[in-house]
Each structure stands twice: as C-alpha cells, then as structure tokens.
Write a protein that binds this ligand. Structure first.
Ligand code: SF4
Length: 389
C-alpha cells in the first residue's frame, strides 16, 4: 500500500518526507478554508455553499494526510459519494434542524460532578483532556464543545479531575477522551496517564483517540515510549471506512501494539459512508489484520446537525446479521445505541429465534426453540426450564 506521502496532491509536491511525517507540520498545515481546500480537491457548488453556511457553527480542519485520502474530483452537480469527504467537509444537512435533536445527546454535562468529568456508571468515568482534534469530523456527537477553544480543559481543571478520581474510590475504569487527548503534548498527556496509574483503585485506563485515522504521524516512537510506562492501556480508535486504514494508519497501529496497547475500534454507522454490510466486513477484516478488534458499531446519536448521517436501526441489525458467518466472532462488533438523556449503552442484535413451544422429553420440561442461522437454515434446540424458579 502506498503512504499518503507517496499519494500527496501536487500542492505538497515540494514537501520533504520528514516534514510530512512530522505531526506538528500536519497540524499547522491543516485545510481550514474553501480556498485551501480547492487547492487540493475540486468542490461541487453544493459543497462550497455548505462550507459557507456551516463552517462557522462547527469549524473545519482537515490534515494533509486525511485530505490525501479524499477523492480529488467530484460530480459538480451532485452530492459527494466519497466516504472521506463526507466525514470531513461541511454538508447542507448540518443546517437543517429537527425538534428531536439535542445539543448534548448523552447528557454528559448533566452528569458532571466536577468540570471535565462525566460520572454516570458507579465504576467508570469519562475524563475530557482536550477539546481539540486534528480533524473536526462532521458527525461529531460533541460538536457543542469540540473545536471551541473557549471550552478547552485548563491545567486546573485536569488537576481537579484527577483529584475527583483519587477521592472517589468506586472508580475503577477511566476513559481519557476529548476532543482528542493526543492533541496534548507527550509530557502533558503523560502526566495525566501516570497520574491515573498512581491511583490504586484505578484498574483500567482507556484512551479514546482518532489520531491513528486522521493524523497517524502523531504516533511517534517517543509517544509510544511514554505509553509503555503506563501499560496495559486500552486504546479505542475510530475507523469508519476501510480506505482510512492505509499504510500510515497500519504503521501507527503496529507501533501502538508494540507499546503494549490493547486496540479496539469504535465505528459509527454513517449514511453514505459505511451503511452497507460489505464495507463493514472489509473494514473489520482489515482491522483484525492489524491487531485492532472491532469493538463497537455505534448508532449515530441524536446530536444537532447530524441527522443526515443517521440510518434506521434495521441497517445496523442487517449488517450484524451479514457479518455472522463471514467473519469470526472477534470481527463482529456490538451494535450499540447510546440512549439519549444519559440512559447508557444498550446492545441490539438480530433475533435468531423464529419459533418456540413448550416441550417435555423423558420427564425433562423445557422449550423447543427453532433458530435460524446466518445462512437461513433452521435448527431445533431444547432449552431446559429454569429449575430454580
Ligand atoms: S475526533 Fe472524535 S471528538 Fe474529534 S471531531 Fe472527530 S468525532 Fe469529534
């Protein structure tokens, strides 16, 4: 597979490989305006209009790496079908408002005992380390604060968060997230992770990041060395389409594995991007090749301005059904709906039971259940009655 450096658009022809590989260079050269974007890809009239209308509400920033993955041409008259462009470029749908949309669909702000910590389940907290990201994904569920520099986590806030976790002995599992915590320096993120590792009752540390997708150059040997000092670390990343997992991302995943991270992927189901079973199958096969387990397939939330990305629940169920039988269980993520209002995650799965009737066989009382497998074949199973009831 070629690297994005090898595929880079003409505008970056003079950039040396070490510059391209430098994550600071990638950050500094992010595409933020229509003019900058048009030097890299052709925009349709609809994309240009959507940019003008919605980039104020939610900023645009696209790393040269991620921009290189976009289809350079477009249908000037029609909507884009490129899964990378759909995630990175503003869409007219962002400005259409619906009464059911919510600013904070998961009620994360309502469950904050101290600023920057969401504590909903007794044993787990979500710790916001930064509200910046290398790229602002158009489907982001935290649009209310991500990309807004006035909401960034200060040093004091981070210290308060660590202090809250230290004195809350029920917390065993901490997910460090954002925004993207990898926008912090190694030293600053290292302070947070080491601080958590020193708390005796914190047994599990997780890191949520989309950097392996949008800025894989951020995964440096120095960064991995820092992670090695806090292992084991569960790192959740966010690949949504197989095209995102090219040579650069694969290298980043290899380095994270070598540093002792346990890798999982949280895909969001997005209309036009990955809402067909073959795309998810291809993505999940690639993820497993690179040591990253498909962990969740998340139903797109009811966040404001992202309804155009949403799919019916039946789409997710159809995808799970398709995966079964075509990839081992490790490649089948939990299809999850994060309930609005802070209800938490629930898992949906296809119903494989097509009939059930009471039965008694040689004195054993139970139910005869008819299952239908992934290939449409039916099988009888005798389920025993619960003898304790
Ligand atoms: S990386 Fe995550 S937090 Fe940042 S914009 Fe994308 S979805 Fe939102």
């Amino acid at each position: 597979m070629p690297t994005t450096y090898e595929m880079r658009p003409a505008i970056w022809a003079d950039i040396r490989p070490e510059q391209w590989q430098d994550w600071h260079w990638q950050q500094q050269n992010r595409l933020r305006s229509v003019e900058a974007l048009e030097a890299v890809v052709a925009l349709s009239d609809a994309e240009r209009a959507a940019f003008a209308a919605s980039s104020e509400a939610f900023r645009v920033a696209i790393t040269p790496h991620y921009a290189t993955l976009m289809e350079a041409s477009c249908d000037p008259a029609g909507p884009t079908r490129c899964p990378i462009r759909l995630q990175a470029l503003p869409h007219p749908g962002e400005l259409v408002e619906y009464a059911f949309e919510l600013d904070d669909p998961l009620a994360e702000e309502a469950h904050m005992p101290v600023p920057g910590i969401t504590h909903r389940y007794p044993d787990r907290v979500l710790f916001y380390a930064s509200h910046n990201c290398p790229m602002y994904c158009r489907h982001c569920t935290r649009k209310r604060k991500v990309s807004d520099p006035t909401t960034a986590a200060s040093r004091t806030q981070i210290a308060q968060g660590l202090d809250y976790i230290r004195r809350t002995k029920t917390v065993r599992d901490v997910l460090v997230s954002g925004g993207d915590p990898l926008t912090l320096s190694d030293a600053r993120l290292g302070e947070i992770l080491h601080g958590l590792r020193e708390i005796e009752h914190v047994e599990v540390i997780r890191l949520g990041t989309r950097n392996p997708v949008t800025l894989p150059q951020r995964i440096t040997p120095e960064f991995c060395e820092m992670l090695r000092g806090v292992r084991p670390l569960y790192l959740h990343t966010h690949f949504n389409h197989p095209r995102e997992l090219g040579e650069d991302a694969a290298r980043a995943l290899r380095m994270l594995l070598d540093a002792g991270c346990v890798l999982g992927n949280q895909m969001v189901l997005l209309k036009g991007v990955n809402d067909d079973p073959e795309t998810v199958l291809e993505l999940n096969r690639k993820l497993l090749i690179h040591g990253c387990r498909p962990y969740y397939m998340l139903q797109c939330d009811m966040a404001r301005g992202i309804t155009h990305f949403r799919t019916p629940l039946s789409t997710g169920l159809r995808i799970v059904e398709y995966l079964r039988g075509r990839i081992g269980g490790m490649g089948i993520p939990d299809f999850v709906v994060d309930l609005p209002g802070g209800g938490g995650k629930i898992e949906l799965s296809p119903d494989y039971i097509i009939d059930r009737k009471p039965c008694e066989i040689e004195g054993v009382i139970g139910e005869q259940i008819t299952f239908q497998n992934w290939a449409g074949e039916t099988f009888e199973f005798v389920d025993l009655a619960d003898s304790s009831s």
